[in-house]
Design a binder for this molecule. Structure first.
Ligand SMILES: *Cc1c(COP(=O)(O)O)cnc(C)c1O
Length: 425
């Protein structure tokens, strides 16, 4: 499509957008009394208007039914989390039995490490990307130390080439081959939080398996953002938070994927709790752990229903829209943002640089822009003028025109604000 840098054109794209009506289903924060241009949905998704109904339903059932709510409320609590498996399995490309929702992201990754990081003999190394999200770095460092190794020895990082902003798949695969049978686990963020780069998860998973390692993905920036086929890619395990692209509210629960080949493995180490046992026999209070033959065996506690309620509200909205429609709009709105950024760059003779890959297959919703010069002042200008986005040191702004609720008009108006901001510097 040939884009135009005009409000009329942006409005025309909005009129033609088949999922434009979803925008009205969200609350937008206000800046100076007007709804913001919200490009921070990669950090915290907006609140759908129907979310409060889901929370209030639980509050009311609790008031009216108390303990009976476990079995007799409008959405019974004992199996509240089971309502996620089918819709989430479509979002991440898995079998429903491979999905569960529990805890929060870093907690789940630690729990998954119990099963999937099992160093033995000379096979004890973990391969990660350099400058991974801090929580992932701490996770991996503490895991290797817990097993008696040092991070310097046991963690191998994949590096970017000098002068390049993103990782090359060939370099990732070469590193995997190089570490070979010393590698116990390959563990990478599927979409890089800093650059928005989407890794070639299928090829990397295959390369990991070829050297006999297990492969897991942190999908914090991927779930609800990019197409995933975890089962078909043969990924061993993955986890994601729900408050970024999945709009479940601050700090909310994490989704987990565990490939079905592990479900019936009687020898797999796992930290266990009563919610990992079949609900039919759970209340017999037996002393021996009997695992549910699905990813649910990894559940520990009875689900935090009040926290899950907003996630369920969001999941049902995703179910209605479908990932395909979201991705189709995402491709176009991100391309439009690139076009607008380039137009502003040219008009103002700025040297800012989009560091996200230009290949549509290697990017999702987020564009990261490296601002040479006085970036921080420009960021402050944008925030003061109604654009909510985020800042990452040393000089990067991250822009996520989330297809579910951002409009082409947002992108056009952002371009005008950016241009005046640059001209005033
Ligand atoms: C956002 C994010 C997290 C956050 O972890 P929590 O445990 O939910 O606080 C972890 N890893 C990555 C890659 C992230 O982007």
């Amino acid at each position: 499509m040939i884009f135009e840098n005009s409000l009329v054109f942006a409005k025309k794209l909005d009129l033609e957008d088949p999922i434009a009506s979803y925008r009205d289903q969200f609350y937008f924060p206000k800046v100076n009394g007007a709804p913001a241009i919200y490009f921070a949905g990669n950090s915290l998704g907006l609140q759908p208007k129907h979310t409060a109904d889901y929370v209030n339903e639980v509050m009311k059932d609790w008031a009216d039914l108390a303990v009976e709510g476990h079995f007799h409320s409008n959405k019974s609590w004992v199996d509240y989390h089971e309502r996620f498996t089918e819709p989430l399995s479509k979002i991440v490309g898995a079998r429903p039995s491979e999905i569960t929702v529990m805890n929060t992201l870093t907690v789940n990754l630690h729990l998954l490490m119990v099963s999937f990081y099992r160093p033995q003999g000379k096979r004890y190394k973990i391969i990660c990307e350099e400058k991974a999200f801090p929580s992932d770095q701490y996770l991996v460092q503490s895991q290797v130390r817990f097993h008696g190794y040092t991070p310097e020895d046991a963690i191998v990082t994949i590096e970017k080439r000098e002068g390049e902003h993103t990782f090359r798949t060939e370099d990732v695969i070469a590193k995997i081959k190089e570490v070979g049978d010393a590698c116990a686990l390959v563990f990478i963020g599927g979409v890089n939080y800093y650059t928005g780069q989407v890794f070639d998860m299928e090829s990397i998973t295959k390369a990991g398996h070829e050297i006999g390692a297990l492969v897991g993905w942190d999908l914090a920036h991927a779930a609800g953002n990019v197409a995933l086929h975890l089962h078909d890619w043969d990924v061993d395990f993955a986890a994601w938070c729900s408050y970024k692209y999945m709009n479940s509210g601050p700090g909310n629960a994490s989704g987990c994927y565990i490939h079905e080949r592990f479900h019936k493995d009687p020898d797999i180490p796992r930290f266990e709790g009563w919610w990992g046992t079949p609900k039919e026999t759970r209340f017999l209070m037996k002393s021996e752990f009997e695992p549910i033959p699905t990813a649910e065996a990894w559940q520990l506690s009875n689900p935090p229903v009040l926290a899950l309620a907003p996630y369920l509200a969001s999941i049902q909205q995703f179910e209605a829209v479908g990932m395909e429609a979201l991705i189709a709009k995402r491709n176009q709105i991100v391309a439009y943002l690139v076009f607008i950024l380039e137009a502003v760059g040219k008009a103002t003779q700025s040297n800012f640089e989009i560091i996200t890959p230009s290949d549509p297959k290697a990017r999702g919703t987020q564009l990261s822009v490296f601002l040479h010069g006085s970036g921080r002042a420009l960021f402050d200008y944008l925030m003061d003028h109604g654009v909510i986005l985020d800042w990452r040191e040393p000089n990067v702004i991250r822009l996520a025109p989330v297809p579910l609720y951002c409009s082409y008009e947002d992108v056009f108006r952002f371009g005008s604000i950016l241009k005046s901001g640059i001209l005033q510097q």
